[in-house]
Design a protein around this ligand. Structure first.
Ligand code: BV8
Ligand code: ZN
Length: 240
């Protein structure tokens, strides 16, 4: 499977991994666009925008509370662990669109959460932020400053956390191997990261059961699930 690029893989020591909802699908977290995807049941513009939040904060909070319960129950899968393993052999950065915290749970240390974290809350008025362990009794919860608390995630129409985004561009621009897995690359600006890597002459490998807009641009596009293909890929890389 990897013969075509084996030699180039030998020299790869700075690796960036771009991930999306697909890598957590096998941990029981629904994707967005899959057949039982979140966006099939809910209109993202009605739940994942600041306008929706101010229109009906209780509805938005309930939705995130349900998703958070599911995240608290979920465990990383062999795809997450394979990426964590890579850290033993190479300089790794994980550039994820996922808000579920499963990469860190699997042991990855260099994780950039481009769209925030569902395990963290922040105040929409002051700069209060904190990780949470469980559900709130009253929704929406209110901050000591009187501001409404909200999930510390990036909603559509909102800018990504600029420090995280700037560092993600640096990582993508200096890697010599980029693995892209579990993402449909439909959401910007996260979907531009592979282009930064390609411009830097990096090897691009995609792991996804379905084609994506980058499938014809990458060096190797593997039609498989991340839990199946990533352990094999990492094994090959580590043996090189
Ligand atoms: C911004 C957090 C500046 C919240 C998320 C019109 C045209 C183009 C762009 C825009 C437009 N209008 C507005 C925009 C910009 C917009 C955007 O890109 N919209 C899209 C929908 C067109 N972007 C933004 O708004 C961003 N901010 O640009 O600010 C600005 C400001 C004002 C106006 C303009 C610009 C902020 C985007 C972040 C939004 N927040 N999440 C929450 O989760 O509730 S996005 C959310 O959806 C995820 O984080 C992720 O990014 C995205 C879902 O994508 P994927 O993760 O790829 O998941 P998906 O279901 O699509 O695909 C799963 C894939 O996995 C599939 O390919 C499948 O085949 C594969 N798969 C399935 N199983 C497996 C698997 N792969 C491997 N193994 C398996 N087992
Ligand atoms: Zn506050």
């Amino acid at each position: 499977m990897f013969d075509k690029i084996k030699d180039r893989l030998k020299t790869a020591n700075k690796i960036s991994v771009v991930t999306g909802a697909g890598i957590s699908q096998e941990s029981g977290i629904p994707t967005f666009r899959g057949k039982d995807g979140l966006w099939k049941k809910h209109d993202p513009m009605k739940l994942a925008t600041i306008e929706a939040f101010y229109e009906d904060p209780k509805l938005v909070w309930q939705w995130y509370q349900d998703r958070r319960e599911n995240v608290f129950k979920s465990k990383p899968n062999s795809g997450h662990y394979a990426i964590a393993d890579l850290e033993k052999f190479s300089e790794i950065s994980v550039l994820t669109q996922n808000i579920d915290g499963l990469h860190r749970k699997a042991g990855s240390s260099n994780v950039y959460e481009l769209h925030g974290s569902i395990i963290r809350i922040k105040c929409s008025n002051c700069n209060f932020k904190k990780d949470i362990k469980g559900p709130f009794s009253t929704l929406p919860p209110i901050c000591e400053c009187g501001g409404i608390l909200r999930p510390d995630v990036v909603w559509f129409g909102e800018l990504l956390p600029q420090d995280v985004w700037r560092q993600a561009i640096v990582q993508a621009s200096k890697c010599d191997l980029m693995i892209i897995t579990g993402t449909s690359l439909q959401v910007s600006p996260a979907n531009t990261l592979p282009i930064y890597a390609k411009q830097n002459g990096a090897i691009l490998i995609e792991v996804n059961p379905e084609l994506t807009p980058m499938s014809s641009e990458v060096d190797l596009s593997i039609r498989a699930s991340s839990s199946e293909a990533l352990p094999k890929l990492v094994n090959t890389i580590n043996k090189l």
